[in-house]
Design a protein around this ligand. Structure first.
Ligand SMILES: [Zn+2]
Ligand SMILES: [Zn+2]
Length: 397
């Protein structure tokens, strides 16, 4: 690996900051302490610092030379509502809150890069380091954009990164096009007419209607979208009734839809309305549907992905640069930034879990698991990638 020596030198200082953030996790839009640490460090290193964009977001700007190009590097800062199971010294001090997705590490890697770039200044143009709140379900990236992120801090391109447990340390993964799925929620309320269970002919059964809707909806996946298009429709809740001998008035279904394109999502949402209405009518019931689009699909732009892959090869070599990885059906709110600007989102291998203290289970310890911990070995790797990417993107013409 071609790591930057200077970053390797100060990586333990950055790891201390990472562990301090890990010990003090903050939920979406409450990242006051974390934002304070980030803003103070950036100020110390000579960045112009903007605070409060998207409530708790921080943007640091560094201009060098007279180049007109600009690039945005983004990290997320928020934690999850989860009770940590780890017992090491830097475990969460905040009950029911935990950095189980490694956003503490994402913040640390970008800080390490920011420190080095401020010292070395080997670029010509404008660097924006973007620390966003509320990636976990809060749409912090969307809120920052609505607050004027790209008007105040114009970026020719924007780049993001997530640690990936199970992939070896020293590897990067990326793919052109869909990298993560759109995430959407729905709630269907079926209204029938309650009756004595022994005299169903006096009522309209919302449970039979709900079950038929649940079954019919899968036809959208198998019959309506093209077989080569990817989509998932999962019903995760059905609620109705509370007695053995009463047909209830109402039944509620809830679930999620995931797709890699907005076109397929449009098709599924439209189809759901049709099936919900039609099935309810068949049974003489009524039904309403609430459909909420949370995150769009995370789509990597071709030119920026090729560019990012070139930087990865410089840092970890050809063999450790995986450019055709399988996309995941998880979602990521960096998607909003990739809708607004060209760019690329990559995975950095977090290893097999051997970095964690023994006694916390075996295996790679996946994201959102109460025994997860970010691997501090990644700090110089991720930071070197950020630095080389910024230097190359903002190279003197
Ligand atoms: Zn997460
Ligand atoms: Zn995450």
């Amino acid at each position: 690996m071609n790591l930057i020596d200077r970053i390797v030198q100060f990586q333990s200082d950055i790891a201390r900051i990472r562990r301090d953030i890990h010990a003090h996790p903050e939920l979406k839009f409450e990242e006051m302490r974390t934002a304070e640490i980030v803003a103070n460090k950036l100020t110390e290193w000579g960045y112009a610092v903007d605070r409060g964009l998207g409530k708790t977001g921080v943007v640091g700007t560094l201009r060098v030379g007279s180049g007109t190009k600009s690039v945005g590097l983004r990290a997320d800062m928020d934690a999850l509502p989860l009770q940590e199971h780890n017992r090491f010294a830097h475990r969460s001090q905040n009950d029911g809150r935990m950095h189980a997705c490694g956003h503490d590490g994402h913040t640390a890697m970008l800080l390490a890069a920011a420190q080095y770039l401020a010292e070395s200044r080997h670029f010509d143009g404008t660097l924006h380091v973007i620390f966003q709140p509320a990636e976990e379900g809060g749409g912090g990236a969307r809120v920052m954009i609505e607050d004027g992120l790209f008007e105040k801090f114009p970026c020719d391109a924007v780049f993001g990164m997530h640690n990936w447990p199970g992939s070896a340390v020293g590897t990067f993964g990326v793919t052109v096009g869909p990298m993560m799925a759109s995430s959407n929620e729905f709630e269907i309320t079926v209204t029938g007419r309650g009756a004595h269970a022994a005299m169903p002919h006096n009522g309209v059964d919302p449970i039979m209607t709900a079950v038929a809707i649940a079954q019919n909806l899968q036809a959208l996946i198998t019959r309506n979208k093209k077989p080569i298009d990817t989509a998932v429709l999962s019903i995760t809740q059905i609620h109705a009734g509370d007695a053995y001998n009463i047909i209830p008035n109402e039944a509620v279904l809830r679930g999620t839809v995931r797709t890699f394109t907005t076109e397929v999502l449009d098709l599924i949402e439209e189809g759901m309305k049709r099936i919900v209405d039609g099935t309810a009518m068949t049974f003489g019931a009524e039904a309403t549907m609430r459909f909420v689009r949370n995150y769009p699909p995370t789509i990597n732009h071709e030119k920026e992905t090729d560019f990012a892959a070139g930087v990865m090869r410089d840092v970890v070599g050809e063999a450790n640069t995986l450019t055709d990885i399988e996309p995941t059906m998880g979602a990521e709110d960096f998607a909003f930034m990739l809708e607004a600007r060209p760019g690329c989102y990559v995975f950095i291998g977090n290893g097999d879990g051997a970095h964690r203290e023994t006694g916390h289970g075996i295996g790679p310890c996946m994201l959102h698991n109460p025994s997860y911990d970010f691997n501090d070995e990644l700090i110089p790797i991720g930071a070197t990638y950020w630095v080389r990417l910024a230097e190359k993107f903002l190279a003197k013409a």
